[in-house]
Design a protein around this ligand. Structure first.
Ligand code: GCW
Length: 671
């Protein structure tokens, strides 16, 4: 009976709220039925206005008094909430603190977890930045949620309502910066025509505490300025950038700075002129310094200084420690290779004690099933912070998964990764389960579902990343992806003329003896780049954690592992099987929630989960049948028999670009 009432109530809630299209994200949608009294300070700061407006519209509890107190030790962005039965006092050092405090209250109200004693919050990082890989033609590199949300042709005259909603969503989770354009940057973004458009976006974002940054093409003085060189030590080049910076700050007084991908994957950089990364970064930094801007200089470089690609960024950047200007921050991907489903942390973290460093996470699921697979990434990012102490880095960046699709992110659950990125950039100690629970309650009203249904959805989210690792690349395997678009397995991939380190065989090294990349002291010696205690642990095949085993070791197929008490081959097979089975469990967990949600949402995720289950099986069959040619061992009896033959899977050739996620229909057709 109770269950029956739940269904009726939930259906009513869904109907009252209108059909779910995901456009409202996790944000408060319907204005509060009874508006509470909100007293704010008199201030010209637009963020104060936003904080008060949001509370006036959506807060339905006791009165709230907002107070600015510069000397309360709360900094620019921190806030304090003192609740009582009669009213809540929200104190902050300035407008942005009030903004974050207001969103905190609305979040807790929606999730039903309002505090009953004083809460003080400060963000752990001053810079919490999204990186958009958006091109000026509207495509999004590695974007799987439609086209770019920036409509450059219409700007600055036409203002899409999405710009404000975007800013609001970011502010609600504490994100305070955005790099608008792809790191594979067009110089055009720095032209006068485009800067006016950028300035318009900056004006819209400012009240929400969001600074705008741009990716800069290092050769812009040549491409845009018609100069013969972009040599960072050439005084005319430095002067060109100084003038460019001054022009930008005239239009955007609080411009954040530049993000630069230099001498990486064909992008120009200081090394083209015989200079170092520090020479290049410092020249840009001195152009920005008078205005307070920063340079985020990416360490994603892999020129073959060492035969092991995983060692190259460290080899190139560590010697530059201490040579970067104070307003340069070296932006390092979380792992040493490239956003693989699981990587050990990049050993560059901690190896440059005299330089500022920031981490770059990938929110968009380039290597995690695009927008067809559910993979909640908070646990992966927390794993990074378990090795790299949050206090040892300066800032956090995330490659955005946002596009113009109606629900912003393609997969409805991919919204949770945008949400989790912001929450962890604010507080890396927050638990994944808290973040997942909040998001579910706010977005799917999960708190009103029966407890076991809500728990099922939580488990689905919390287990999802590990499941993807298991059916794609368990035990430290990496880069087994199809060439180019990176969707689906291709451990056999050969492309004539391609760089060897873009091909799977370079990484998995399967042969008759075993599997995995020997990075021990007897191999590429990559373990040496890690701190001593860890290095010894990783170097020993019996103490290396199973999850990194094939990253660091070439392991015999029949070696019995201490972690599983079974052969490496059987253990590998069980991981693939476990990943596939986990997705079957997710399907049941999702089906159990069907009666409590909007039908369109249910059907959308159900369809994607079907694709994910088929893909998990495709990955399992492809990798196990391919590796079996080398192991020459039988699949364990409890592993589901392959549905596909190796030959049929080697024939699959998805006709998609780096800007697309394959449609479920296309996947049906090819498999
Ligand atoms: O993983 C690779 C991607 C490229 C990307 C590059 C980078 C923007 O496949 O699409 O380019 O990383 O991070 O620069």
């Amino acid at each position: 009976m109770i269950r029956y009432i739940y269904v009726i109530v939930s259906v009513c809630v869904a109907l009252c709220a209108g059909a779910y299209d995901g456009a409202g994200l996790w944000l408060p949608g319907a204005p509060a039925a009874f508006s509470a009294q909100i007293d704010g300070p008199k201030s010209k700061d637009a963020s104060v206005g936003v904080a008060c407006d949001e509370l006036r519209r959506y807060w339905s509890g006791v009165p709230v008094k907002l107070v600015i107190k510069r000397d309360a030790g709360l900094g620019d962005e921190g806030f304090r909430i003192e609740p009582s039965d009669r009213r809540i006092v929200l104190t902050a050092g300035g407008g942005r603190g009030l903004l974050y405090g207001a969103y905190y209250l609305l979040r807790k109200q929606k999730a039903g977890t309002l505090p009953d004693s004083t809460v003080t919050e400060h963000p752990r990082y001053r810079m919490r930045v999204l990186n958009h890989w958006d091109n000026l033609d509207g495509t999004v590199e590695r974007g799987y949620a439609g086209k770019s949300i920036w409509n450059w042709d219409e700007l600055p005259d036409v203002e899409s309502p999405r710009y404000r909603e975007y800013a609001r969503a970011n502010a609600s989770v504490g994100i305070n910066g955005t790099v608008l354009n792809n790191v594979n940057a067009s110089s055009k973004i720095l032209s006068d025509d485009y800067l006016v458009k950028v300035a318009r976006l900056a004006d819209i974002f400012r009240p929400y505490g969001i600074k705008v940054y741009l990716s800069a093409n290092f050769a812009a003085p040549m491409q845009l300025g018609g100069m013969a060189t972009a040599d960072p030590l050439n005084p005319d080049v430095a002067e060109w950038w100084k003038k460019k910076a001054a022009d930008i700050y005239r239009l955007i007084p609080d411009f954040g700075g530049f993000l630069v991908k230099a001498n990486s994957e064909g992008q120009p950089g200081p090394c083209d002129f015989g200079r170092t990364h520090a020479d290049g970064a410092n020249m840009l930094a001195s152009a920005l310094a008078p205005h307070g801007g920063v340079v985020m200089w990416r360490a994603f470089v892999y020129s073959p200084s060492d035969p092991d690609r995983a060692k190259q960024a460290y080899a190139e950047f560590k010697p530059l420690d201490g040579k970067f200007a104070p307003n340069v921050i070296v932006q390092i991907k979380n792992g040493p290779v490239d956003f693989q489903p699981r990587e050990p942390y990049s050993p560059l973290f901690g190896a440059m004690p005299s330089s500022r460093q920031m981490v770059e996470f990938q929110v968009t699921q380039e290597y995690l099933g695009h927008s067809n697979h559910i993979a909640f990434l908070a646990p992966m990012w927390k794993e990074f912070f378990s090795y790299v102490k949050p206090g040892s880095i300066d800032a956090v960046a995330g490659v955005a998964n946002i596009g113009d699709s109606s629900n912003w992110t393609g997969h409805p659950f991919a919204q949770a990764n945008w949400y989790a990125f912001g929450r962890l950039a604010w507080d890396p100690d927050e638990e994944s389960s808290v973040i997942a629970g909040e998001w579910l309650d706010m977005t799917l009203n999960a708190a009103s579902m029966p407890a076991e249904v809500r728990t099922g959805l939580m488990d689905m989210m919390l287990d999802s990343h590990e499941a993807v690792v298991d059916y794609m690349m368990p035990m430290g395997l990496h880069h087994l992806f199809a060439f180019g678009h990176h969707y689906g397995p291709e451990p056999w991939c050969e492309v004539a003329g391609a760089r060897p380190d873009w091909l799977p065989k370079y990484y998995h090294k399967a042969d008759s003896l075993g599997l995995g990349f020997d990075r021990t002291l007897g191999g590429s010696r990559a373990v040496e780049q890690y701190v001593d205690s860890l290095s010894a642990m990783l170097n020993d095949v019996d103490s290396c954690p199973e999850k990194f085993l094939l990253w660091f070791h070439h392991v015999p197929w029949d070696k019995v592992l201490p972690s599983s008490d079974d052969t490496m081959w059987n253990t590998l097979c069980h991981h693939y099987e476990g990943g596939f089975k986990a997705v079957k469990t997710f399907q049941r967990q999702w089906d159990a929630a069907a009666p409590y949600m909007d039908g369109a949402l249910y059907a959308d995720v159900r369809r994607r989960l079907m694709a994910q289950a088929r893909d998990a099986r495709w990955w399992k069959d492809a990798c196990l049948l391919y590796f079996q040619q080398y192991s020459k061992m039988l699949l364990p009896a409890d592993v589901t028999a392959p549905e596909h033959t190796l030959e049929s899977m080697m024939d699959i050739n998805l006709d998609i670009t780096n800007y697309e996620s394959p449609s479920v229909e296309l996947l049906d057709a090819v498999r």
